[in-house]
Design a protein around this ligand. Structure first.
Ligand code: GLY
Length: 343
């Protein structure tokens, strides 16, 4: 088994005039920058999302506001797996899942939500305006409308329509199997964005603000062509996202069923509480999933991305290819996580 972590892109600038070369970034980037505000998020789409989050963090704003605004960028973009432009379920409807959690362990979540552009913002309203944590389906939509969110047209994006028509040719009613080499339109398949980047699956984001407070968000359309009513890990506090302001925060991406069965993000945070660095904590939970799944682990991808209270980030995935974006006052980078299986 060979592990690797790849540096993908560095942009360094600003008043400190810092430049991080490949080796510095690959080895101890997070050590050098610990204690500063920072935002991390999953996949290539995280680069743009982090920019929006930084508009808040960079001005001394609250991490909670940053993680909401950040992932709203991805929700509004047209891609395979987040927001209303994403692939539909097998009945042709886009259904969205999202959650958010703050430094006080307040949390809110929506699942199986239709025709609302920003599920993460509805999740925040659930957190702030209801005595509940989670609303689903018609009830979540009813709440969103009562809160003034517009009801969007029920129409697939051209890309999603094309993917759906292609899927209908076989209409294979099976749980998704992730082929990490697949660049097509399958469940969880990466999709090409207008800027040429590949976007993939869920966006999960965690941030630490100038006060050292942590918050996180997670939003997705889930597995493409899923069974109607299927909900993955992303809206489930403790699975797709968990924040403990004394310890750290974690978010997950990939096959939600396998994140849920190990209470993934919560497990990573608990391992950090026991003293493990973020990457090691993510690795332990990935190993737990691989152990449970045995041979089937070869066909699924799960990635965890964590940030501890010192501002140190770490990630780990089952397969190579899981990228995460990091932004702080000095730099904006895309990293590839180490993984259980070698390429
Ligand atoms: N991680 C996204 C999902 O399983 O729905």
């Amino acid at each position: 088994m060979v592990h690797r972590r790849k540096f993908i892109q560095v942009s360094a600038w600003g008043s400190l005039g810092l430049f991080f070369n490949k080796q510095a970034v690959g080895s101890n980037i997070n050590e050098a920058l610990k204690g500063q505000p920072v935002v991390i998020s999953t996949w290539d789409a995280g680069l743009e999302a982090n920019k929006a989050a930084w508009e808040i963090l960079g001005k001394g704003g609250r991490a909670l506001d940053a993680v909401e605004k950040g992932v709203m960028v991805t929700e509004a973009s047209r891609n395979c797996c987040v927001g209303l432009g994403a692939n539909p379920d097998r009945d042709g409807f886009v259904t969205l899942d999202a959650c958010i959690m703050d430094e006080f362990s307040n949390c809110g979540s929506v699942a199986f939500l239709e025709r609302i552009k920003h599920p993460v913002s509805v999740a925040r309203k659930v957190m702030e305006k209801t005595p509940h944590v989670m609303l689903v389906g018609a009830g979540a939509q009813q709440f969103a409308l009562a809160e003034g969110f517009p009801l969007e047209e029920q129409k697939l994006s051209p890309e999603a329509e094309a993917s759906y028509q292609e899927w209908l040719l076989k209409s294979e009613y099976r749980p998704p199997v992730i082929n990490v080499e697949n660049k097509g339109h399958g469940p969880f398949a990466p999709a090409r964005l207008s800027n040429g980047e590949w976007n993939h699956d869920t966006i999960g984001m965690v941030a630490m603000d100038t006060k050292g407070n942590l918050s996180g968000s997670c939003t997705t359309s889930g597995a493409g062509f899923k069974m109607r009513g299927r909900v993955g890990d992303s809206p489930i506090i403790g699975a797709g996202l968990f924040v403990d302001n004394e310890v750290g925060a974690c978010t997950a991406t990939g096959q939600g069923e396998d994140v849920i069965r190990v209470a993934g993000s919560h497990s990573v945070v608990e391992l950090m509480r026991q003293g493990l660095p973020p990457e090691a904590a993510c690795k332990k939970v990935i190993e737990r999933i691989v152990k449970i799944k045995k041979e089937k682990a070869k066909n699924i991808q799960v990635g965890f991305l964590a940030l501890n209270k010192k501002g140190i980030a770490g990630a780990y995935a089952i397969h190579p290819g899981f990228k995460y974006a990091l932004k702080n006052g000095q730099q904006e980078i895309l990293m590839e996580a180490k993984s259980y299986f070698a390429e």
